[in-house]
Ligand binder design. Sequence first.
Ligand code: ASP
Length: 594
Amino acid sequence: MSLDFLGELRRTHRCGELRSENAGEQVVLMGWVNRRRDLGNVIFIDVRDRTGLTQIVFDKSDNPALHEKASQLRSEYVVAAIGKVRKREEKTINRNLPTGEIEVVATDLKLLNESKVPPFLPGDPALANEETRLKYRYIDLRREPMQYNIELRHKVALAIRQYLAAQGFFEIETPFMTRSTPEGARDYLVPSRVYPGEFYALPQSPQLFKQILMISGFDKYFQIVRCFRDEDLRADRQPEFTQIDLEMTFPQPDRVFEVVEGFLQAAFKVAGFELKAPFPRMTYDEAIRQYGIDKPDLRLPKLTDVRAAFTAEQLQSLQLNTELPVVAIRIPRIGELSRKERDDNRPLFGERKDARLIDDVKRLEKSFPEAVAKARELAGAQPEDLLVLVGGPVQVEKSGLRPDYGVFMAAGQFRVELSRKYADRHMAFRQGGFHFVWVTDFPMFEWDEADKRWNAAHHPFTSPHDRDMDKLESDPGSVRALAYDVVLNGTELGSGSIRIHRQDVQKKIFSALGMSEDEAKARFGFFLEALEYGTPPHGGIALGLDRIVMILAGAESLREVIPFPKTAKAVDLMVDAPTPVSEAQLRELGIKIR
Ligand code: ASP
């Protein structure tokens, strides 16, 4: 066999798949030169493809011409080699390599392509800086960890598809060029050439389309789908990201939970993790009271209200509100903090009007030994645990937020900060483990202090609880929604809700949100109309695929699991986007840059 006519090669081997059983076989390997080691009379080339690498040997005494050819090879050249598999001698076996028991003795070699000296080598364990990696993403993606992540992503998505398909869900596409959809972010707009001055919007999610699919009789829909949101990019967000989006008719929230738990089990299994279902559940109210946050991290102890440990006089002398909770934050194994550490931590609590921090519990103990002992007991604190207290200010300012929630949330946020800062000491994040929880019964509305109005906490198509319907106008803040989030280790993985399926209710919600009938018609007229044609009760959810894969890959950033991501400044460094466009293009679209 010779390599003169590559087109005639029907069967090649994969570089990572040869084992000692293949000894004696004639094989053809194609791939990249991962590394060349030149020992003078013998040259070793590691040839790499997606599956791994195999060592190929060129011996001068066997074949001087071939040895000479091999000496011209450089990193990342693309080659085809023929040779015979042979077992390595015991002392040269490489136990770190799946193919380490064999090598291939070359009988022919063809250089398929050369490579410029790459800015970094895929096989180099030292990581290039991220800008270089993103600019030369095609080289970065050749690296083994990236090949692993992208393969994992494929397998996770496939497992989810298979699970949902087996449950009777159809994957149905919805348009990317559509009109503004409400998920609370800015839209990416696409100008229309045919109608100058008019725009499509890229979907922030398929929300209205999936609801319309329910009206269309499609029972169970899902889609692994790109969503586009033009937000100021906080750490680890992407302007385009992928959701596992689903919707079904006639579900109770329980049914949605069951489906999500099922596909998460399938997805985690692919990465080698068994998940126990059902996941625990708590209401939003419980989450706030126990964790001070709507995405509780269950790996560390809950908050405890220890107000009962103090007398009213004691609280007054501490300038704490006697009517509001006194919340103990306990973090195990951190130990007592020094004065300096406490001072450094203060900015993490922040300047707050809704809560006061008491971080020197030692000192408090001097004044009120019994009260502090009681508080420790209530919080279950061990001697080596860090304990801090958060209470309410004497004067409570009126705002849309309940004052007790203000105290819990201040404590919850500080708990998160402390737990991040002292992760090396409490070690709770190291032990691994996936602590899922469903948070249910979110409030329907959120008070927007800046604009002095109520906003939809989830989105305006979320159904309020039946029993809270009569409070829509009188007390919007207390209306609960049939909305739920799935949370993993303090991160929100997804959220969804049972939807409004009656047009009269939908109208009421728009009006509670301060939207006039005309405005509602102008924005969602098509949807309000659809609701009038026999809309079944329906509900669903969407989960972030990128984040799930990131967690499963043990990666630090979403960019590690998205093949072609954008930077934190929303730039694609490889293709160099966004860019200005030509005057001619703009003219055609009727657009003038200001
Ligand atoms: N469309 C919602 C979102 O993207 C999810 C849902 O309500 O199903 O957050």
